[in-house]
Write a protein that binds this ligand. Sequence first.
Ligand code: NAP
Length: 462
Amino acid sequence: MSRLSPQRPARRVAVVGAGPAGLYAAEELIRQSRHDVRVDVLDRLPAPYGLVRYGVAPDHPRIKSITGSLRKVLDDPRVAFHGGVELGTDLTRHELLARYDAVVYAAGAAGDRRLGIPGEDLPGSCSATAFVSWYSGHPDARPPLSLDTERVAVIGAGNVALDVARVLARPVADLERTDMPEQVLAALRDSAVREVVVLARRGPRHARFTPKELRELGGLDGVDVIVDPGQLTVPGSADPDRTAQANLRALADLAARPPLGAPRRIALRFFTRPHRVLGEHRVTGLLTERTHDGPDGAPQGTGDFTTFPVGAVLRAVGYRGLPLDTVPFDPTRGVVPNDRGRVLDTEGMPCPGEYVTGWLKRGPSGVIGTNKLDSAETVALLLEDLDRLSGRQLPDLEGLLIGRGIRPVGLSGWARIDSAEQDLGATRGRDRTKIADWPTLLRLGRTDHPVPVEPEELPWPS
Ligand code: NAP
């Protein structure tokens, strides 16, 4: 039996970010029966699904199919999608807080960590984040590398490193079936890359790969995977945990496979840390130092340096959250300071009505499902606080946006983008081909909104 009280007005919650963390938060908010809640989901992009759309590798369609269940959240009449609306640009934190009983920040971690070594900004050196955004058809992305080189170094021993190594090395025919934009496929077809060297600064038992992703490498047609068996047995190190044991088994299987002289190869090298990206006008090599695992597991340099002749360097050393307008932010960790999801101010006190979830709450770790639990924790606290929060008559968001000439992309606008991408894919025998440019996304997405008044005709609220 519902515990809703009929005379109470519906509580209004804004969720900033339409990725998995934000949509799981919206789902939690409408699933409960304690409060009647309406949820507005805002995203700076005209398309929902965040990292599922713009981060999960295109050759992982099973993970991408999570969009099916996320779509059900957006379809709920108590949830409204407002794409193309950016907090900090289109409206401020205080304007948002004035319009909702509570706000949940779920903007993820759009930035990337840096190596902090000389040469990192040379042409030919970029973050995996930029490369992933480009092959995923993110409308802000530009080609970050020219693939006119035979050998590429990927720095990092996480799943993103494996994603980019796979995309660079696997036959483009395998990627033709994916949703990659046509211009990305064209660049990959012309790619000169023959070898991708993945460099891990620690030993295999400290790698952050997951066993499934490692095993997947062994199944790639046309790719030899090279692992030195000598790097897998390190005397004296602590007993590995279950994931590390499974990783070691997967690596041993890869190491036991003789190379077949395949057209491309992925080499996994451990105990190798980057020291300097070499080159004058563009990347020509990478100077690395051999390491061993120290007693605390941290990599220790040995003073033994090697130069890898490579034409490109991709750093896959982790994502990083970015600040959102004036929302409290910890620049060291790249997260919004919080207590289990309640946003904390500089004094460590909760900011009433403000919550955070996902990578912006805990940092860039875990799989997509991790965000479900994370959002459940945040929303449980929000619901606990909701009786104490506002409940007053609130001005609506639409009035503010219309006054500024901002036309959000609603669910029907997204549906048009979605079907245009499916139509485009069908012309090439695929399920979908991503549309990657802002003008087309906005033209498709905004058709159902009234013609706006030009912003310069309006008084800008102070
Ligand atoms: P990650 O798992 O945190 O791995 C980052 C790697 O970079 C680690 O090996 C780390 O080594 C290394 N690193 C950090 N700083 C470095 C430096 N200065 N020099 C050299 N190496 C450095 O991050 P990620 O790969 O970006 O993945 C983020 C999250 O998304 C993870 O939870 C991941 O599992 C998930 N993800 C999952 C999938 C999938 O399920 N298929 C795909 C992609 C991503 P240390 O350990 O020594 O610090």
